[in-house]
Design a binder for this molecule. Structure first.
Ligand SMILES: Cc1cc2nc3c(=O)[nH]c(=O)nc-3n(C[C@H](O)[C@H](O)[C@H](O)COP(=O)(O)OP(=O)(O)OC[C@H]3O[C@@H](n4cnc5c(N)ncnc54)[C@H](O)[C@@H]3O)c2cc1C
Length: 463
């Protein structure tokens, strides 16, 4: 039988339905669909997809196991390299990593690797079969390792180190683990029970979690060493919001995406008053930015009942850094995209709440250092939006709180921690770092890779 050129579709909640709830949009493959998709894999000898995966999952092997109906074995195969498969299957940009190099992509659509990864992980979870055995070597080390930050970088480092028998403690500033997975990415893209499940797996491996610990305040790095930790991994992300620095940004109703998403996701504002944190009622919202964060904030605003959500982006759709799938979802749901415009002023009403956004029109100029064409203002040409809510999703930077308490820790000119890329080691002995606090805002999988690299270096060093 000839190979099917198109991916097997994954069912989704219809757009008109899903904007009324926070339930997951993509519903996952059935066993039958997963096997049909696995049939499309050509099982190439040179495995280009493995090279495309930042954590080098043996993709053809796990797909073959799905094809042979050995789903739990497929899950274990993924877990050899990836500690958070249910998460990666949902949010990884496969289209620019493993799938872009898939040989099937030359004759049709690439194999839906992410959907298959998600299927195998969900299958294992449903059967409560997702716990990796603690300390596969069977050996327990007396040495203790501290992980600062419970995002994907920290969780991955914790998993690798616990698997090698170390006593691992994760110190997390918030009251819940997961980092951006918990407070940033919304429930409808990544259900929080999936994140909790991955954390449960780590706890079952012996990882201890301490919440409400801001390292740099609650404890210093030096105190961790004094307390008997032999090595420390810093995975604190880069969650300091950036603003446009325009007049009116201090008006009521103007949020950073970070605050807005934290209220909605972590504090469950969409379930107010059952949960106590509210967000202001929204009628007309403008969300500034073209990345995943902007898409998430726009789609949350729609689900909170906004009549109009205007996405404001200074380049064109082609340059948007958000995942294509999420831009399409936002379009289907009714987000109104406005390209080549950039906010220059916000004005408010007599109560001090934002009421209008003034944007200057832009055109594209020569490419900048990122290779994308630079947006250039068209002087004197403006558009206006009547709004009661503005959400700035224009990026984040490194939070200086922890680094400012450790002068020996070498930072680059943007305030990110400098590490040896081969080992993740910082300028301080036995202090490692990885994820967004090293690279700036990147991806879940790159943070995981950094956590893994550092964990292997720590194992080598401490053994
Ligand atoms: C809204 C949003 C959507 C995104 N969508 C995607 C996507 O679809 N796909 C994708 O691949 N990537 C996406 N990303 C990017 C991705 O989530 C990040 O690159 C990734 O989470 C970085 O992981 P990390 O572990 O380095 O940091 P984080 O996830 O930021 O975790 C850092 C953790 O450290 C804690 N912390 C900070 N300071 C301290 C301290 N001093 N002491 C103790 N704990 C501390 C924080 O509370 C946090 O829990 C998205 C990001 C956002 C904001």
């Amino acid at each position: 039988m000839p190979v099917k050129k198109e991916k097997i579709e994954m069912p989704k909640q219809p757009a008109a339905e899903r904007i009324k709830n926070f339930g997951e949009v993509a519903l996952g493959y059935s066993e039958e669909s997963a096997r049909a998709e696995a049939e499309r894999c050509l099982f190439c000898k040179n495995k280009p997809c493995v090279a495309g995966c930042p954590v080098s999952i043996d993709i053809p092997s796990f797909i073959k196991l799905i094809k042979e109906k050995k789903i739990l074995e497929a899950y274990q195969k993924i877990k050899e390299e990836n500690y958070l498969p249910a998460i990666c299957g949902r949010v990884c940009p496969q289209e620019s990593q493993c799938e872009i190099v898939c040989t099937m992509g030359k004759i049709g659509e690439p194999v839906a690797i992410g959907r298959l990864e998600r299927f195998a992980a969900d299958y294992a979870y449903l059967r409560k079969n997702s716990v990796l055995s603690a300390s596969p070597s069977g050996k327990k080390s007396k040495k203790k390792v501290a992980i600062i930050g419970g995002g994907p970088a920290g969780l991955t480092a914790a998993g690798v180190l616990a698997g090698a028998g170390f006593a691992v403690t994760v110190f997390e500033a918030l009251h819940l683990p997961g980092g951006v997975l918990a407070y940033g990415i919304p429930e409808f893209r990544l259900p929080k029970k999936i994140v909790a499940k991955e954390v449960e797996n780590l706890a079952a491996m012996g990882v201890e979690f301490k919440y409400g610990y801001v390292i740099g305040r609650t404890r210093t790095l030096a105190q961790l060493f004094e307390g008997g930790f032999s090595a420390v991994f810093i995975g604190i992300g880069a969650g300091l919001p950036k603003f446009q620095n325009i007049p009116g940004e201090n008006l009521n109703g103007v949020y950073s995406a970070n605050e807005f998403l934290t209220r909605v996701n972590l504090m469950k504002a969409y379930k107010f008053p059952e949960y106590l944190t509210p967000v202001k009622e929204i009628k007309n919202a403008a969300v500034v930015g073209g990345g995943n964060v902007a898409m998430d904030a726009s789609r949350c605003a729609l689900r909170l009942g906004a009549e109009n959500v205007y996405n404001i982006y200074r380049r064109t759709r082609k340059e948007m850094p958000a995942r294509e799938e999420e831009i399409e979802n936002a379009e289907e749901e009714g987000v109104k995209f406005n390209f080549l415009v950039n906010p220059v002023e916000l004005t408010g009403d007599e109560s001090g709440s934002v009421s209008k956004m003034k944007c200057v029109k832009m055109k594209l100029g020569a490419p900048d250092e990122s290779g994308r064409r630079r947006p250039v203002e068209i002087p004197g040409e403006f558009v206006f939006f009547e709004v009661d809510t503005v959400i700035m999703a224009i990026g984040t930077s490194a939070n200086p709180l922890l680094p400012s308490t450790v002068p020996e820790l070498k930072l680059n000119k943007w305030g990110y921690i400098e590490v040896d890329p081969e080992t993740g080691e910082t300028s301080m002995e036995n202090v490692y770092a990885g994820g967004d606090i090293v690279t700036g805002s990147a991806t879940v999988i790159s943070a995981m890779k950094a956590g893994k690299t550092a964990a292997y270096s720590i194992i080598k060093k401490l053994k």
